[in-house]
Design a protein around this ligand. Structure first.
Ligand SMILES: [Zn+2]
Length: 116
């Protein structure tokens, strides 16, 4: 389960940031995650509860905004969204080219923290 180390690293980053801002409690965390990271929101929620237990972030909620995977076509530069569950059949809708440069989909960042 790669969600556990993920939840832990988010947790450490959140606490560090909250403490630097003189917070005593974290109430809400919003993150952006690219679909290629393949995280299951329900499992992240579960681990979030686990890693925050007894900390200043206990009982805080975590929201995940999924970023779709997009590619820039290597041929005609069209930007298109790819289906991560069917990469074999991925091709440019304009020219049919199968090579491209990954644009988004691997994000992993904290976009918001609510503190008290
Ligand atoms: Zn193309």
């Amino acid at each position: 389960m790669h969600e556990l180390p993920f939840a832990k690293s988010i947790f450490h980053a959140v606490v560090t940031k909250a403490e630097a801002n003189g917070a005593t409690k974290v109430t809400r965390v919003v993150i952006e995650v690219g679909v290629l990271r393949d995280f299951v929101p329900e499992i992240v929620q579960k681990y979030w509860k686990y890693v925050t237990k007894g900390s200043m972030a206990e009982d805080s909620s975590i929201e995940m905004n999924e970023i779709p995977a997009t590619v820039t076509c290597g041929d005609c530069q069209t930007v298109y969204e790819i289906n991560v569950h069917d990469l074999v059949h991925t091709h440019c809708p304009q020219c049919g080219c199968q090579t491209g440069k990954m644009l988004t989909g691997r994000e992993l960042r904290i976009v918001g923290i609510e503190i008290e």
